[in-house]
Design a protein. Structure first.
Length: 201
């Protein structure tokens, strides 16, 4: 394979030996484009079909490489990110495009939290679902140790309050504020529910 770009970019392309370390960024770059522009790609419905695009600047591979290297956390390299299974995430706007002001490196568990609610969610709240047998609302949260069940509640709002408290404890203020910012109506309902609780109390 012949290279026409400067030497600094060569190692980021797949070579004849198929070394995964050197092809890591090229794979991520190609996957990003496929999700946004190829209707036959399995991820297209969650990206391209939603209108998510790639900034023209980032459609050039060399520019993409420069940008993701610029975003590396201090002391980290592309190789260390690959070993940790970190990748590029759209942040702070999960509904936004792949743009230079909307990208970050993130570990798998953080990317998992930076997502829309699943279509089968019936509560309207993240981390809350109806237990059919008991007719109670269940709150659960995923931590670094795995899934943690937080209890059964009479209302989904009560369950979500407990979920939010746990979210703060496990993931911190920055991630909590971002989660609430994605769903502003949740904050209004939380304030109302807490107000009702204080009144009853």
């Amino acid at each position: 394979m012949k290279f026409s770009m400067r030497d600094k970019y060569k190692k980021f392309y797949k070579n004849k030996n198929g070394e995964r370390r050197q092809s890591y960024l090229y794979d991520k770059f190609n996957q990003m484009k496929q999700r946004c522009y190829n209707p036959k790609n399995k991820g297209y419905k969650n990206y391209g079909e939603r209108g998510i695009k790639v900034e023209n600047y980032l459609l050039i591979f060399e520019n993409y490489v420069d940008e993701v290297i610029r975003l590396l956390p201090k002391g980290e390299t592309i190789n260390s990110m690959q070993k940790k299974k970190w990748s590029i995430d759209r942040y702070p706007n999960n509904d936004g495009n792949y743009e230079r002001n909307n990208l970050r490196w993130a570990p798998p568990e953080k990317q998992g939290r930076n997502q829309r609610m699943k279509k089968n969610n019936t509560s309207g709240f993240q981390g809350v679902y109806l237990h059919k047998r008991s007719k109670k609302w269940v709150a659960q949260i995923r931590s670094k140790r795995g899934m943690i069940y937080l209890g059964y509640f009479n209302t989904k709002q009560e369950a979500f309050i407990v979920y939010c408290e746990a979210y703060l404890e496990y993931w911190g203020q920055e991630d909590y504020s971002h989660m609430i910012s994605l769903h502003p109506h949740w904050d209004d309902q939380l304030k109302q529910e807490r107000s009702n609780y204080e009144t009853v109390k």
